[in-house]
Design a protein around this ligand. Structure first.
Ligand code: HGY
Ligand code: MN
Ligand code: MN
Length: 414
């Protein structure tokens, strides 16, 4: 089953634009934090599109959403595809959305072609792929894979101190948390279509990326307690400036990532919260959130260890107190060779250039891999830009991803 070459995706493009306008910010800026007002409107919009396609829509206790195209043998485990629609502040229109609306489009294309799946095909919209609200990414897929247990989920709070329980209940999700964990065998195979969020495909003029491995993310939260005081009256000797200590740790993190000798090691401190944050007051308290990744778990952990060592050294030398808590340190994952082979065959049939590559961004596939064979299909994004309003994927790139996804889903569901 190979969709025709002139697959038109005008409807899909307008749905992507429509979804981009469902934002907490002014277009073209997309901000859609989980369980916020825009997230709920976006969920309603996407569910209406799924219902219009005749899919059976269900939601779990944390808002993971499943839209099923019933197959001829409904007892067989479905083939699934999907991604996320939540977006970090100041984001773009395509991260996650291409995998959700593109996955829906792949189903609609197969419906139009009169394809009848033997296995059901299920579109999955994962809750909270982004860490923005609760500080941990892939919350929904972690719970599906029981990587995040209900007990751990109960401890999650957002910046306003609201718990996951409060937030999900106000969003209308009240099921028992332990019902989110899926039994193994719930899905047969899973494919996620996503923009590359890097520059390689576009730079090399290649249409599609067949993702062989997904990098291992880790996040260490660092609390620094110094001594506040008057920025003018307190002399330099004996100061315990928490932000100066944080600055040393940020540079130590950067140098540890650079010195592994591997290009795949990356790290940054994406959040730095300063108290009291007054220009004429010595910072007494700082919270740093750090993000450390590598496709090699041990190498990534060596950077974590170097950062912890730097915390101990800076605390001793500067007389500040430094406490750390590990938010997550997940293993990398390898994608399933059989699904990759099916994707490659579909790319060849479609006459699309393609290359094997790793994903440096993490995705829900990283956690779905714990309960089902997975693979990811990348399309290029302009300049490799992502997590910015100028994120862009061309209609040609999107159409080629949808086409190859549709062909592969048809093969796996036959
Ligand atoms: O941060 C990531 O890798 C993903 O985009 N949330
Ligand atoms: Mn993202
Ligand atoms: Mn994403």
């Amino acid at each position: 089953m190979a969709p025709h070459a002139e697959l038109t995706i005008d409807g899909l493009l307008s749905e992507i634009t429509m979804l981009a306008h469902i934002s907490e910010a002014e277009p073209p800026v997309v901000t859609r934090v989980v369980f916020g007002e825009a997230d709920l409107r976006a969920r309603a919009y996407v569910k209406s599109l799924c219902a219009a396609a005749g899919l059976i829509v269900t939601e779990d206790a944390v808002g993971n959403t499943f839209a099923r195209w019933q197959g001829a043998e409904p007892d067989l485990a479905p083939v699934a595809t999907g991604s996320h629609i939540d977006a970090i502040p100041n984001a773009g229109s395509y991260d996650g959305v291409v995998g959700v609306l593109g996955g829906l489009e792949a189903i609609r294309v197969l419906q139009k072609l009169g394809f009848k799946p033997r296995r059901s095909i299920e579109l999955v919209i994962f809750t909270a792929e982004e860490p923005t609200r609760f500080g941990i990414g892939c919350l929904g897929s972690r719970m599906m894979a029981n990587v995040l247990t209900p007990q751990q989920a109960l401890a999650l709070r957002d910046k306003e101190g609201r718990t996951l329980e409060e937030r999900r209940a106000s969003a209308g999700f009240t099921g028992a948390l332990d019902s989110a964990a899926l039994p193994s065998g719930r899905f047969h195979q899973f494919i996620e279509l996503h923009i590359e969020q890097g520059p390689l495909l576009e730079a090399e003029g290649i249409d599609l990326g067949l993702v062989t491995h997904i990098a291992a993310p880790a996040s260490l939260r660092i609390h620094i307690e110094g001594e506040g005081g008057h920025a003018g009256a307190k002399l330099m000797p004996g100061r315990k400036d928490a932000l100066a200590a944080a600055a040393e740790l940020i540079l130590a993190l950067e140098s540890a990532a650079k010195s592994t000798g591997a290009i795949d090691t990356v790290a940054t401190a994406g959040v730095c919260e300063v108290f009291p944050s007054a220009v004429n007051s010595i910072p007494s308290r700082v919270r740093l959130e750090t993000d450390i990744r590598d496709i090699d778990g041990a190498r990534r952990d060596s950077v974590l260890d170097a950062l912890r060592a730097a915390c101990a050294e800076v605390a001793a030398r500067r007389g500040v107190t430094i406490a750390t808590d590990l938010v997550n340190a997940d293993p990398p994952t390898a994608c399933d060779p059989a699904i990759l082979a099916a994707l490659e065959e579909a790319a060849v049939t479609a006459g699309r250039s393609h290359k094997k590559m790793v994903s440096r961004a993490y995705h829900d596939s990283l956690f779905m891999a714990r309960i089902v064979p997975v693979a990811m299909l990348f399309i290029p994004c302009r300049g490799g830009i992502s997590h910015r309003p100028d994120e862009y994927a061309s209609p040609e790139w999107i159409a080629s991803g949808v086409r190859v996804l549709a062909t592969t889903l048809a093969k796996l569901a036959s």
